[in-house]
Design a binder for this molecule. Sequence first.
Ligand code: UDP
Ligand code: CA
Length: 298
Amino acid sequence: DDSTVHVFSLATGHLYERFLKIMVLSVTSNTKRKVKFWLLENYLSPQFKKDVSKLVAGIGAEVEFVSYTWPSWLRGQTDLQRTIWGFKILFLDVLFPQDLEKIIFVDADQVMRTDIGELWDEDLEGKVWAYTPFCETNEETLGFQFWREGYWKELLGDSPYHISALYVIDLIKFRANLVGDHLRATYESLSADHNSLSNLDQDLPNFVSRDWPIKSLDVSWLWCETWCGTQTKPQAKTVDLCASPLTKEPKLDMARRIIHGDLFEESWDELDQRVKRIIADAPDESPPTSAANVKQDL
Ligand code: UDP
Ligand code: CA
């Protein structure tokens, strides 16, 4: 199958830009499909935009930058990290050209180990979105698994709480069912309480999953050390460096420690070096222009 896989991601700051380039490389290297990356332009540095354009040219992928202004009528976030999390989920109906039918969101701090084409081909069974349920196999963090009891347990019943580091959106269904409006309205109401939506981009789809059920992907789709046991790591299709409430280990240390060893053809440092070489070897060219049609208000 040669249909293009469309991937959405975003980053702010030097470290996440560095992670994002490695994500782009790992996704593209593990598939024969054409991959097009749609990156939120708002917070990207000019240098990153040049570099990632060279990187995709060097590896045979594509990139397009999309931007969007946070609407004045929607409650803003003071913390940049939470603003970024908002952009992950709140504007999926208006960020991309209307003829784009499907998108896979991938966190910047992720390293793909398998063919993303498999995820692209997953049958969403009529649902608007697909997410991976949280692992519950790391004994050390059982006490931090807030979704196993209390509020989330009551809300979700027997349905799992899903992790938001990787997800598939059927954009046709998403737009037709006005899920974006529903998410923004839910966000506006829940965010009035500062203690609510502590994991904004993740709590929102889980919260509205009663109205818009989530197709649960196989847990092997998303492995992160914080919640998953080491025994399932060999099956990991992708590895996310999700933060650990237990160790609070810096992400760069985590990257070097986790993306390493038998399961990875290249260690994190080797991936990082390869990215740098591809960029250094690429000829200078003018960066692609950003899409002009996405700046209008909702
Ligand atoms: N992100 C970013 N800069 C930040 C925090 C987050 O660019 O300072 C983006 C980045 O794409 C990242 C995603 O938001 O992968 C989700 O945040 P993070 O991966 O830190 O969350 P975690 O996996 O630790 O829950
Ligand atoms: Ca992550």
